[in-house]
Write a new protein. Structure first.
Lengths: 754, 171
């Protein structure tokens, strides 16, 4: 009061003071009015942004779905006009039709949300190969709220490749369990069109390491899985209970926890490999006569890959002494001559015995008896079938069959072993002698094709060179065999299915890229660039892998002693290991440093038919040219991504379905059951650097056409052991069939508010 | 003659004090009301943010788990899809704190239970249907997923909605 009194004495007014005080309070209140609603507004705006994010992403999903349908339609009907547009300067009729529909779509029920799309193809030409060229698109999706832009997402979409999978099994439901206690390590994406069968018996969830470093997806749910489960079969312990996932358990198996095991759309396998045929032999129908063809222009410039008509016994990927890739392809062919051959024809006649022999047989009529209907109580039953009491007997004269063999002379085609050697001359010139003793030299940058044959009728006859061609440029890496590779129908070395059934083996080096002038294409560091190699057959044929398939290592090649002869007669592979990735190395030294020398194998069936380790009893001794690394360590090393299988289609291209409405697939990755060891372990151990994509897995150990495999856990008792080491670079090989799916390779989200 | 005016009283008149008190009371009452309102709105904003996050968790879980990657989308009996008036607990099957990723916020059981109690104030409603648009083949390969999160505020039911299109298994 004393203060107020003093203020009063100074002429102040309490009213004035009150108003000042009120003004301060008013300012405070006004501040609160501003701040607190702003906070509320911020949370509302945050929700609007979240919704904008989902709406914009819905536009991206819309686009991806459309692209996927386009690719699926094309995969089924193979009509080029159904492919998405590309930059050929003639506009984008498909894309414009899609955008007209999508941008008009208002699927969202709350508010006035919508999205606007922009879609731009990034490929400048259409190779017309849906399974080969990974299509790439740029998409911009903007979310609008009552006409106001809220959020924009820019993405780049790229078609997925089958090579991305560590393991894909189209039909694995209910099959051999994946034994988690055996610690199989899946480093790449794993998918099944069925459901998984996990065996977690004796599982120590606390110490288990993730077995699936990437996502594992399945397309079906097991009917025996509980509603609170994940749709897969868990033998032993499960990672969930009635309350849902048990904390820590999924994390013990899947690197991404429960999110590492997901449902996903069914993935259809390719129905054909026509695109790759076009890659190997572009510009028209390929030859039909048995033989090996390297397509070249009229000026002698290589313009494709390698096309092989007919079955082949071996495809041997070699290095010559200088390190040039040398591909040896062996066939049994008609040599153009005929010979007379005598065969025995059997003629059989029916004769009567002399003296005659007689027998008796039952003939109608039969004396029958029928049980009376009804009983003493007056209850009627159905009429009983008559019972035959006694047959009528008839006597007849017995006969026998007598066969005689008569020699008959027939004219047959003569066949000889033919070989084609293709030199990709990239390191040092290659000189060979032609048919007339003439010398041919291919310079670095050229390709040399040598054809020769051996007269099979003359034991030990020398190889005779039939022709030599020197072409400019390099092949593009695609080898298309219009037949089987190393098929082993019989135990004979020489069959019409090929000579010396060695199958596919060797060391694989990429095919150097050359420009139109034949010069090597180099990267920014001046290093040569390579197309990865791929061997492919139609999807009703087979490829047998007869031994190691190593991968060329350019770094080790540069570091090798200059005089090292890489084509010594003995221990070829031992020398090759000096310039190959080291499959025994731990860590990255074993894996591919880039995608240029990785290998792809595509067929309906891919068989393992390599040599065995010492001591096992099922060593294949049918050939004297077994290939194995020095010391016979018993493990076959295969650097390749293998696609073995196909989706079956009807005549009109529509998918063939089984009784359950599921697509029918066939083919797979396995081995012949008659190669199975009956006493000890199976066919040996294989280490695969890459991935396996297969149609079916054989289940029948005893008599099926294929054997199932065991993961390399030391417990396998039949079949063979195989471990798969996911090779990230192998998944990036540009030449490999693609799925009708797209993935985001670039994602950028930003506010679109003005 | 000198005029002696009465000596002015020191201090304020009663009227002045009353007016001043009135002004102050009005001011304080206004500020108090504002703060009370502000506090309430602040809580609403926080709850709305939590609800949005939960809706996001559920949308992402449905997407990443591929719940809709089936030719026959899960029906009402599955526990995933709800009718228009259904209100389920956030952690009712098929979801759980672990599955939604919310159990990993702390990693501590006790704190998870606290989080559980916060989540208990919310209810979910999830619906989805194929997007059968204008005869388009690819539209049928997508579903419109609507996740609504409900809570009560001052006796009124409030909610946030997150909608998105998801690719699903083809028919």
């Amino acid at each position: 009061m004393r203060f107020l009194t003093r203020m009063r004495l100074r002429g102040a007014s309490i009213l004035l003071l009150s108003f000042i005080f009120m003004s301060v309070l008013f300012l405070m209140a006004q501040t609160l009015f501003q701040v607190i609603p702003a906070e509320f507004h911020a949370s509302h705006r945050s929700h609007t942004d979240l919704m904008g994010h989902y709406v914009a992403r819905s536009g991206v999903q819309d686009t991806m779905s459309w692209l996927q349908v386009q690719m699926e339609v094309f995969a089924k009907d193979q009509r080029q006009e159904n492919l998405p547009d590309y930059n050929d300067g003639s506009g984008y009729p498909h894309i414009e039709a899609f955008l007209a529909e999508a941008n008009d779509r208002r699927p969202f029920s709350e508010g006035d949300w919508s999205y606007q799309l922009e879609l731009q193809p990034l490929q400048d030409q259409n190779s017309l190969q849906n399974i080969l060229e990974a299509r790439t698109f740029s998409v911009r999706s903007t979310a609008f709220l009552r006409g106001r832009p809220i959020k924009t997402i820019d993405v780049m979409l790229r078609q997925k490749t089958f090579a991305m999978f560590g393991f894909l099994d189209s039909q694995s439901q209910g099959e051999t369990p994946i034994l988690l206690t055996g610690q199989p390590q899946f480093f790449g994406p794993v998918h099944t069109n069925g459901f998984f069968n996990f065996n977690a018996t004796s599982m120590d969830w606390d110490t288990a390491k993730p077995s699936f470093a990437d996502v594992a997806t399945h397309s079906k749910m097991s009917s025996s899985a509980p509603a609170y489960g994940d749709g897969n079969v868990w033998t032993g312990d499960a990672p969930y209970d009635t309350d849902g996932p048990i904390s820590g358990r999924y994390e013990a198996v899947f690197n991404d926890g429960r999110n590492g095991l997901r449902l996903k759309n069914n993935i259809e396998l390719p129905t054909n490999t026509d695109g790759l045929l076009d890659q190997a032999y572009p510009g028209g129908a390929p030859p039909t006569d048995q033989g090996v063809y390297v397509a070249a222009s009229e000026s002698g410039f290589v313009k494709g890959g390698v096309y092989v008509a007919g079955d082949v016994g071996k495809v041997n990927m070699r290095l010559d002494k200088f390190g040039n890739q040398k591909i040896e392809i062996n066939q049994i062919r008609d040599n153009g001559t005929k010979s007379q051959t005598t065969i025995k024809k059997t003629n059989c006649v029916t004769k009567k015995y002399s003296p005659p022999k007689y027998g008796t047989k039952n003939v109608n009529p039969c004396i029958t008896w029928s049980e009376p209907t009804g009983d003493g109580g007056g209850v009627s039953g159905p009429p009983a079938a008559p019972t035959c009491l006694e047959w009528t007997k008839e006597t007849y004269e017995q006969t026998y069959t007598e066969c005689t063999e008569t020699p008959v002379t027939e004219e047959v085609d003569n066949v000889d072993p033919f070989e084609t050697h293709i030199y990709e001359v990239t390191e040092s010139p290659v000189t060979v002698t032609g048919p007339g003793g003439q010398t041919f030299t291919a310079q670095v940058g050229q390709t040399l094709v040598l054809d020769r044959h051996q007269e099979r009728q003359q034991s030990g006859s020398p190889w005779v060179v039939d022709s030599v061609k020197v072409l400019d440029g390099q092949i593009n890496g695609t080898i298309y065999v219009n037949g089987n590779v190393g098929r082993k129908d019989q135990n004979s070395d020489y069959t019409n299915n090929g000579a010396r059934q060695e199958g596919l083996w060797g060391i694989v080096k990429g095919s150097a890229k050359t420009d139109e002038a034949g010069n090597f294409v180099t990267d920014t560091h001046g290093e040569r660039t390579y197309n990865n190699k791929i061997i492919v057959t139609p999807l009703d044929k087979e490829i047998a892998i007869g031994g190691d398939l190593l991968q060329f290592d350019p770094t080790k090649f540069k570091a090798k002693p200059g005089n090292m002869n890489l084509e010594s007669v003995s221990n070829n592979k031992f020398n090759w290991t000096n310039v190959a990735r080291d499959p025994r190395a731990e860590g990255p030294d074993a894996l591919s440093p880039n995608n240029q020398h990785v290998f792809g194998i595509i067929s309906k069936d891919v068989w393992l038919n390599g040599p065995k380790q010492d001591g096992n009893q099922n060593v294949w001794t049918g050939s004297s040219t077994r290939r194995q690394m020095l010391g016979n360590d018993g493990i076959n090393d295969i650097y390749a991504v293998i696609l073995a299988g196909k989706s079956e289609v009807n005549g009109d291209g529509s998918p063939k379905l089984d009784a359950n409405g599921d697509p029918i697939v066939s083919g797979g990755f396995g081995t012949w059951h008659n190669r199975r060891d009956q006493l000890v372990k199976g066919l040996g151990k294989y280490q695969l650097f890459g991935g396996v994509i297969q149609g079916t897995t054989g289940k029948n150990f005893g008599g099926g056409s294929k054997e199932t495999h065991h993961w390399l856990d030391g417990t396998g008792t039949a079949g063979y052991d195989v471990s798969i080491r996911y090779d990230l670079e192998a998944t990036r090989q540009p030449t490999f069939p693609n799925l009708a799916e797209f993935r985001m390779v670039r994602y950028f989200e930003r506010s679109a508010r003005n | 003659m000198s005029l002696h005016l009465p000596k002015r009283h020191k201090g304020f008149s009663l009227v002045e004090v009353l007016i001043a008190m009135f002004v102050i009371v009005v001011g304080v009452a206004g500020v108090t009301a504002t703060m009370w309102w502000a506090a309430k709105r602040s809580d609403s904003g926080k709850v709305m943010s939590e609800a949005s996050n939960i809706a996001r968790f559920i949308s992402e879980t449905i997407r990443t788990q591929g719940y809709l990657q089936q030719t026959n989308l899960p029906d009402l009996a599955s526990g995933l899809k709800d009718g228009p008036t259904d209100r389920r607990g956030i952690y009712d099957p098929p979801f759980s704190a672990v599955l939604l990723g919310m159990g990993h916020i702390t990693g501590q059981k006790a704190e998870k239970e606290n989080f559980q109690s916060d989540v208990d104030r919310f209810r979910r409603n999830v619906t989805y249907d194929r997007l059968n648009g204008a005869g388009s083949a690819h539209a049928a390969n997508m579903a419109l997923l609507i996740v609504r999160i409900y809570w009560n505020e001052e006796g009124f039911e409030r909610h946030v909605t997150v909608e998105s299109l998801l690719p699903i298994a083809p028919l």
